[in-house]
Write a protein that binds this ligand. Structure first.
Ligand code: GLC
Ligand code: CA
Length: 554
């Protein structure tokens, strides 16, 4: 297996809108990020993944881009960006940009041209089709953000495809000119000195020529078989690699919904010449009767089975990302741990242990290192996210699902849980802004905030700091081979890592009760690398407290 810096790195994701506001308008911005670089350096991370900062009408908070080579006014200027990049590099922190090229904004100049006429030179930059008839879209596909995936355009009497919101028309990657535009734009950013790309829904860029109705799963037909891992996706990524990526020392991570371990070896194979790693969702994609809107938890045995399969199938062949949450997912501690005051810290540390000891590149989503929790939503008016707003309308307001039934599901999974402002201090608005924040601050900022966490040596923050430091000292955390133990346990997640003569034993309790664990003979007397409780692990029979986690090293 090749040893590379991006396998050894720890990534920190910033969602700029909610990170730090520097000018009191209630919206996080680039200068705000620069002002907190010392905090990130102290934590010890190597790379920032910056969610989109480009010009955007913000239908989907920057994931709808109207100009790829300009900064969103609310976030600052290109000079502010250059300053952030310089300041980050001065601290040996790299910056990976979000590349959103499955679609643009409908306010991008390409689309404004494209919709002008059927003959416009930009027409083929997007995916236009005739309707079945005047009132019926070309097929039954549903968009990820509710409603049909097709939008009728009166001017030319055709429909355009949008797998996300209708303000996010899909680009036509089969058009050579589109690929050239995207590659030129990427080159422009690389020449500026950025350190890589996180590629938004990159597994969805190639669509089949035929676009038949999809299987109806909830309300609409599923576009999956026709748009996810489509016919030319690997061809286009190889072309991108040849024309852009291979010319620079970059980290590239593909957001790849719908990827299997087999396909991951193509997207991110050691010698595949496409991307460095995938970012896959199998372990967070629990669905219920209202699609993703469910408050059910995945049984631990199933979670382990999925994560183990990824560990073993990719070993020595391809590389994966490790994450519990991001800007599209609920808060890790609320979803996989226990966010009650009694267990929040223990379970946040346990989850961190479990993830950082696996093979792959770990991602920390802003505030995760503080053990930030889901938000106590009271009413649909609290939502800011287009996905949550549309889903509530589709299922409850227009649909027949009673509010009482849907509400616990939507508040458990809403992306807005991750988007409340980072809690910096126990002062008004958690020190995020001096103005009125664009989305409410979680009221628990009085307890949970960076100032308190950095002062307390036993905090979740210091535990993350320690895990990151351990990764730098112990290559076994990066390169060791994974093996699962106790696969049938619904309480304990246990595994080993092996590198030559060295071995790690990782034991994590996902239970809110005491559990017992019998230490394998070979680890009796091994030293403890890290643990989240004050305990010793030298006897054969170990009684674990709720959410206890420890790692032994021999
Ligand atoms: C990705 C992003 C998400 C966005 C979507 C459309 O899944 O992570 O935030 O809404 O793509 O760009
Ligand atoms: Ca601001």
């Amino acid at each position: 297996m090749n040893r590379t810096w991006w396998k050894e790195a720890v990534i920190y994701q910033i969602y700029p809108r909610s990170f730090m506001d520097s000018n009191g308008d209630g919206i996080g911005d680039l200068r705000g990020i620069t002002s907190r670089l010392d905090y990130l350096k102290y934590l010890g991370i190597d790379v920032i993944w910056l969610s989109p900062v480009y010009q955007s009408p913000n239908d989907d908070n920057g994931y709808d881009i109207s100009d790829y080579q300009a900064i969103m006014d609310e976030f600052g200027t290109m000079e502010d960006f250059d300053e952030l990049l310089t300041q980050a590099h001065d601290r040996n922190i790299r910056i990976v940009m979000d590349l959103v090229v499955n679609h643009t904004s409908d306010e991008h100049k390409w689309f404004m041209e494209s919709r002008q006429s059927r003959e416009n030179e930009y027409r083929d930059y997007y995916i236009w089709r005739e309707g079945k008839d005047a009132q019926t879209p070309p097929n039954n596909w549903g968009s990820c953000f509710s409603g049909s995936a097709w939008q009728y355009d009166e001017d030319t009497n055709m429909y355009y495809l949008h797998l996300f919101s209708k303000k996010q028309p899909d680009l036509n990657w089969d058009n050579e000119k589109v690929r050239k535009e995207v590659f030129d734009m990427m080159t422009w950013w690389c020449d500026k000195g950025i350190d890589g790309f996180r590629m938004d829904v990159i597994s969805m860029i190639s669509k089949t020529e035929e676009m038949p109705d999809g299987e109806v799963t909830d309300l609409y037909g599923d576009f999956g078989p026709y748009c996810v891992n489509g016919p030319n996706v690997h061809k286009y990524l190889k072309e991108m690699n040849e024309k852009v990526l291979s010319k620079y020392d970059l980290m590239t991570v593909g957001e790849t919904p719908g990827v299997t371990t087999e396909l991951a070896r193509q997207y991110a194979g050691e010698d595949a010449q496409e991307l460095n790693m995938v970012f896959q969702f199998e372990h967070v994609d629990e669905n219920g009767k209202y699609g993703k809107w469910t408050n059910e938890r995945m049984p631990l045995t199933r979670l382990k089975k999925i994560l183990s399969r990824w560990q073993m199938d990719l070993y020595g062949k391809a590389w994966n990302s490790l994450f519990w949450d991001n800007h599209d997912q609920p808060r890790a501690v609320s979803r996989f741990g226990n966010d009650s005051p009694e267990y929040r810290e223990a379970s946040a540390k346990m989850l961190a242990t479990c993830l950082h000891m696996l093979q792959g590149t770990p991602y920390i989503y802003q505030g995760e290192e503080l053990g930030m929790t889901n938000y106590p939503f009271k009413s649909p008016d609290d939502f800011r996210d287009i996905e949550s707003i549309n889903a509530y309308r589709e299922w409850c307001t227009d649909g027949s699902i009673p509010h009482e039934e849907f509400w616990p599901c939507i508040i458990f999974r809403s992306r807005d849980n991750a988007r409340t402002p980072v809690q910096w201090e126990n002062t008004a608005q958690a020190g995020f802004t001096t103005g009125t924040p664009w989305i409410a601050v979680n009221p628990n900022y009085t307890e949970i905030n960076a100032e308190a966490e950095t002062k307390n040596p036993d905090s979740v923050f210091h535990y993350y700091k320690k895990l990151i430091a351990l990764r730098k000292q112990h290559p076994i955390m990066v390169y060791g081979k994974y093996e699962p133990l106790l696969e049938d346990s619904e309480e304990l997640f246990v595994y080993t890592r092996t590198l030559e003569s060295e071995k790690l034993l990782v034991v994590c309790s996902f239970s809110d009760k005491e559990t017992t664990f019998i230490l394998p003979e070979e680890f009796v007397g091994a030293s403890c690398l890290i643990s989240n409780m004050k305990n010793t692990y030298d006897g054969k029979n170990i009684t674990l407290k709720p959410y206890e986690a420890f790692v032994l090293h021999k």
